[in-house]
Design a binder for this molecule. Structure first.
Ligand code: SAM
Ligand code: SF4
Length: 334
């Protein structure tokens, strides 16, 4: 099979798959309170998701991240994880992982570990119960904390992703850092991105530059830059006093596109070649119209990768959210 190399000589080895647009939370920066979700018939079935992911793995994808919406609310999702574990067994896939809000981890942590998952990203912006309920609208902090406990007890390495929000969790910078350090958890901060129409929230008011966050960390800790790169928008430092790794995902203030190794598949089979661009390829017809032949799908994947854009256009520097994307993060999967 010809591997997936885009026009800018970037090898595509990382696929992020949104398995549902639904969620049991309504985080204010991600969704409006009254979301309209896709009719179930629009979604790829678990079997179709399997065929799709397996085709990408056959073309050199080595890392698969399952996301959403909330991936663990998709019915039968553990069956899908179990099916994907055959690619870990064969050695074709190096990592099978997921990003979750943690609400269902208490139920599924052991199953995920049994399917070969070894790391999980849990999104958690605050350790304050009231603020947690406010930011997620429908989420409850103790349930997520029990989920994190269950994940660690099952042997999953947990990483926390926190969206940096001025006037909301900036005051918790050290509390969150120390809580993660005490539990041997790495922490990554994400700049809030202009995705989707989510109602009245003003993103320029919420925006907390991670350069400022880093400066504040350096006032208390010795911060060492790490060379480690993930092929994505994350940069890492180590806090020498705690030994902890802290990540910064800064799509708005740094250009990371030159080393981009990833594409994103929606739950309906649309492939977004760049998180910050509207270009997409609908792979579903090639999949559905040829149930017994993968050749058209493989051809459609190659054609899509040949159209991967050079980079994104997010820019807050002109005091408005330039490059704003009309689609929700839960559609493409964060
Ligand atoms: N439901 C899962 C979760 O919350 O982890 C997976 C999907 S969620 C869309 C993936 C990540 O995107 C989460 O860490 C979330 O905080 C982040 N996210 C959602 N909307 C965002 C936005 N507007 N800017 C930055 N990050 C966002
Ligand atoms: Fe759901 Fe995740 Fe979006 Fe929050 S960020 S509403 S948990 S999909």
């Amino acid at each position: 099979m010809t591997p997936l190399i885009d026009p800018f000589a970037r090898a595509i080895t990382y696929l992020r798959v949104s398995v549902t647009d639904r969620c049991d939370f309504r985080c204010v920066y991600c969704m409006s309170e009254n979301m309209t979700f896709l009719p179930k018939a629009e979604l790829l079935s678990l079997e179709e998701l399997d065929r799709m992911c397996s085709a990408f793995i056959g073309l050199g994808v080595q890392k698969l991240r399952i996301t959403g919406g909330e991936p663990l609310v998709r019915k039968g999702i553990i069956t899908f994880f179990n099916a994907m574990s055959r690619h870990l067994d064969s050695g074709a896939l190096q990592e099978l992982t997921l990003t979750t809000n943690g609400s269902q981890l208490e139920r599924f942590a052991d199953d995920l570990h049994a399917a070969g998952v070894r790391r999980v990203n849990v999104s958690l912006d605050t350790l304050d119960q009231d603020k947690f309920a406010q930011i997620t609208r429908w989420g409850r902090l103790p349930q997520v904390l029990r989920g994190i406990d269950a994940a660690q007890a099952a042997g999953l390495r947990v990483k926390i992703n926190a969206v940096a929000l001025k006037g909301f969790n900036d005051c918790e910078l050290f509390t969150l850092t120390e809580w993660c350090a005490s539990r041997d958890i790495d922490l990554t901060w994400i700049e809030v991105m202009p995705m989707g129409d989510i109602g009245n929230e003003n993103r320029l008011d919420q925006y907390w530059a991670l350069s400022d966050l880093r400066t504040r960390l350096a006032e208390r800790y010795t911060v060492t830059d790490l060379a480690e790169r993930s092929g994505g928008p994350a940069r890492y430092v180590r806090l020498e006093e705690t030994g902890q790794k802290i990540g910064f995902i800064t799509p708005l203030t740094h250009n990371f596109c030159e080393s981009c190794n990833r594409v994103r598949l929606t739950c309906t089979g649309q492939l977004y070649m760049c998180l910050g661009q509207e270009d997409m390829a609908d792979l579903r017809p090639a999949l559905r119209n040829h149930p017994d032949d993968d050749a058209p799908l493989v051809q459609a994947i190659h054609a899509a990768i040949a159209a991967k854009p050079k980079g994104h256009d997010f820019d807050y520097s002109r005091q408005r959210a330039d490059g704003q994307m009309p689609r929700h993060m839960s559609h493409t999967g964060g």
